[in-house]
Design a protein around this ligand. Structure first.
Ligand SMILES: Nc1ncnc2c1ncn2[C@@H]1O[C@H](COP(=O)(O)OP(=O)(O)O)[C@@H](O)[C@H]1O
Ligand SMILES: N[C@@H](CCC(=O)OP(=O)(O)O)C(=O)O
Length: 369
């Protein structure tokens, strides 16, 4: 899939394109990107924008700048910069745009995730451009995604996009960081994301970027496993967007999986985070290596952490091997209670009465890393 034959595109814009001088938002690169969005929409494509840059855009309002600031000040910069950034985008378009600010806390809760999906679809149905960013002003370590590469992949999956386009300050993925190694070579196509691909990725070297190439490869893995073709391209160059519109690849393309994951399995694997652990006995663990099996209370040897009904948990072996992520039908409190009652005579009956702790369709088997 390329831009010319795509139907719905998520475009992610890095901070350096929004505020190249860290002195507020600049139109220098955004104008070309905005024109590209207008062209895509006039060709009948639906576009969702994931825009970084609130911290970079707001940092000029604080004398010390972003680099050496505390987390609290960065949140304040994000809150101030976000309005400036939205106003800047809005100036380029003669159609309406809408702001959605998300945290991981929103995406990992299935009800809120579905609510986000419905909002995005309603906006697209009405010709409104959704502009999404992490809600940096309210995030905590526990709640945040932390980088907009991974956020854009989660959004692309939620929006049922067919292309994810990450616009950065480099031409694509190189075999090593091109800002540090003159002989680095551009990788044009990645058919499969392996450890070798991750090994090529270094950190961000700009003042404003978060995550560098590592988070872009993580994002590509999330998106391609959902069947989404993923591009990393250079947003500084006008030619990038001309080539994309011609259906060409001006940077690096990560090919989608031949057999994408089922949507709920994908959400559990790549978006939901585990609230606790269910340690399972050897026989069940062996069965799970082959195929998803309902998990009964009698298969459990230990419960770790606190979780509620409907939370995502990690299913693992006693030796620590990560087997699956699953949505639990029971809370850790009830499962611990059952375990404590193990010795009583009517416990077997109780365990049978409660049904599976995890149903077969709520298990996402994890690939071995
Ligand atoms: N193998 C690599 N190929 C390309 N860029 C790399 C690589 N390893 C590290 N980088 C760094 O990643 C940066 C892009 O990531 P980042 O600064 O987070 O951009 P953005 O703000 O667009 O998300 C590049 O400018 C480069 O310094
Ligand atoms: N949410 C942050 C962006 C974090 C981020 O991932 O930045 P970048 O690496 O430039 O895409 C902000 O708006 O400043």
């Amino acid at each position: 899939m390329n831009i010319s034959n795509s139907r719905r595109i998520v475009i992610k814009i890095g901070s350096a394109l929004i505020a190249p001088d860290q002195d507020g938002c600049r139109a220098r690169y955004l104008l070309t990107i905005a024109q590209f969005i207008v062209r895509c929409r006039s060709m009948g494509k639906e576009v969702v924008l994931v825009s970084s840059g609130s911290v970079a855009a707001g940092s000029h309002l604080f004398p010390q700048g972003a680099k050496n600031s505390s987390v609290v000040l960065k949140k304040a910069m994000a809150a101030a910069g976000q309005t400036e950034m939205m106003a800047t985008w809005d100036r380029f378009f003669d159609f309406p745009s809408a702001q959605i600010l998300l945290t991981h806390g929103d995406l990992r809760d299935l009800e809120r995730y579905n609510s986000i999906r419905e909002t995005i679809f309603a906006l697209l149905d009405h010709g409104i451009l959704p502009i999404i960013n992490e809600n940096d002003a309210v995030t905590t370590d526990d709640l945040k995604v932390g980088d907009n590469d991974n956020l854009s992949a989660m959004v692309a999956a939620a929006a049922d996009a067919d292309v994810l386009l990450m616009c950065s300050d480099v031409d694509g993925l190189y075999d090593k960081n091109p800002n540090l190694h003159e002989d680095a070579k551009l990788i044009q196509q990645v058919p499969e994301i392996s450890e070798d691909i991750y090994a090529m990725a270094g950190c961000a070297t700009s003042q404003v970027g978060t995550g560098g190439m590592k988070t872009k490869i993580e994002a590509a893995e999330k998106a391609t496993s959902h069947g989404i073709s993923t591009y990393i391209v250079n947003g500084f160059k006008d030619l990038t967007f001309e080539r994309l519109l011609r259906g060409e690849n001006p940077g690096t393309v990560f090919l989608p999986y031949d057999e994408p994951m089922h949507a709920q399995q994908h959400w559990m694997t790549h978006t939901a985070s585990e609230q606790g652990e269910i340690v399972v006995e050897h026989d069940y663990a062996e069965e799970l290596k082959d195929h998803a099996e309902p998990l009964a209370a009698s298969n459990i040897s230990q419960i770790n952490g606190e979780f509620s009904v409907g939370d995502t948990v990690l299913v693992r072996t006693e030796k620590g091997e990560r087997l699956a992520k699953a949505t639990t039908n029971y809370s850790s409190c009830l499962l611990n209670f059952l375990a404590e009652q193990e010795q009583t005579s009517d416990n077997g009956q109780l365990q049978q009465n409660i049904g599976p702790v995890v149903s077969e369709q709520d298990i996402a088997i994890l690939e071995k890393s």
